[in-house]
Design a protein around this ligand. Structure first.
Ligand SMILES: *Cc1c(COP(=O)(O)O)cnc(C)c1O
Length: 218
């Protein structure tokens, strides 16, 4: 099936208040343009240099989301253009994003990544680390970043009950965060294999790659 067909099928099934991030990592610019021609404007990448190359080559009205793990020394390569950083998992990283955003006179929107999976390998903050960051005075003084919500990844498993439990947990953390930061509105959860469950549990942003572009060859 074509990229446009896949994309339209997914978009039709998404509720109006759920934003679709088309995850184009490893995919060529021709594939991204196919999705672009079909109306898609938000694309997600997980490698900063790959995203920067695509940003340079492709239409400038594309909004680029960094969905992968971010190394502090690479923030500078995306600070001019990135539209949302999903995987912020430390205060040091947040300070670096703030510093680089300031150089470009921008405010960069960020999501704090929360660890919800039953796996050691997935990055993210636990609830107490999240609180420590958002309650700190230093955080309140960062003027060139804006936390607009949370991101999380469920365990890679076929067990739907477990996945649902993890998404519910993230939604609870999100609701608590809203009490101290009332403007937060974005809950990024759900990928090709689990986005319908994520939406049932309150996701407002899904990150879908293989169901749009086909399987990835690494
Ligand atoms: C690759 C990736 C996705 C998309 O995965 P698919 O299973 O292809 O939809 C979503 N989120 C993150 C963080 C990713 O790295």
């Amino acid at each position: 099936m074509s990229i446009a067909t896949n994309l339209n099928k997914i978009k039709q099934a998404l509720p109006d208040d759920v934003t679709l991030v088309a995850v184009s990592k490893t995919k060529p610019n021709t594939s991204i343009l196919e999705a672009y021609e079909a109306g898609q404007r938000i694309f997600g990448e997980n490698k900063i240099q790959e995203m920067a190359q695509k940003w340079e080559a492709l239409p400038k009205d594309i909004q680029w989301h960094m969905i992968g793990h971010v190394q502090r020394n690479k923030v500078k390569y995306m600070s001019e253009f990135v539209s949302l950083i999903h995987g912020v998992d430390s205060f040091r990283l947040l300070k670096e994003i703030n510093k680089q955003a300031k150089k470009h006179n921008r405010t960069i929107s960020c999501l704090l990544q929360v660890h919800i999976a039953d796996e050691e390998t997935k990055f993210g903050l636990d609830e107490s680390e999240l609180k420590t960051i958002t309650n700190s005075e230093e955080f309140k003084r960062l003027e060139n970043i804006k936390i607009i919500g949370l991101m999380g990844m469920a365990t890679f498993t076929n067990n739907k009950t477990q996945i649902r439990k993890e998404f519910k947990n993230l939604k609870d953390v999100f609701d608590v965060l809203k009490e101290s930061l009332p403007h937060v509105s974005t809950l990024s959860m759900g990928m090709s294999g689990d986005y319908t469950v994520a939406i049932e549990e309150g996701s407002t942003m899904v990150r879908i790659g293989s169901s749009i572009f086909g399987a990835r060859n690494y």
